[in-house]
Design a protein around this ligand. Sequence first.
Ligand code: HEC
Length: 138
Amino acid sequence: MAGSAARYFFLFLIGLVAGVIGTVMAMRALDARKDHFPESLMYVQQWHLNQLHANVEQNKCGAIDTIPHLQALRTSANSLEQAFPDLSDDERFVKHASGLRAALDTSLATPPLNCPGLGAAAKDVGEACKACHQDFRN
Ligand code: HEC
């Protein structure tokens, strides 16, 4: 009696382990097929914006510390429509993408040269990000 209970429990454990392995494999296969570009673009933009905020906190607000991040944000903002092809026909999406590019163009045309200026520029950029997220990020 005790022997068969142990055997069933053992079979149950094997089934459980096989199920877990199968689920992990299926999830990895799905993840590998997914397009990673959109989230990568967003994370790269987030990193550069975070650097600008960190620079304000560390009092590193010279043009040399600031402009490369603004340029990286500006260049990568050109790819927003390609990164989200399903949304690129949506007028509001294109408007938000253009809004971010415009905010960055403004900052690059007259780069902030001190921390209050950099703080204001980073805030403007962050608001342009948020404007699109409010409409399109779930
Ligand atoms: C024109 C629209 C648009 C603009 C502008 C935009 N984003 Fe996004 N962002 C999105 C969308 C859409 C998502 C949701 C992506 C998803 O979940 O598939 C997103 C998601 C994100 C995420 C989460 C990524 C993830 O998958 O977890 C981060 C971080 C992010 N954005 C940062 C930024 C930053 C920083 C800026 C500004 C410099 C910015 N975004 C500007 C549309 C935009």
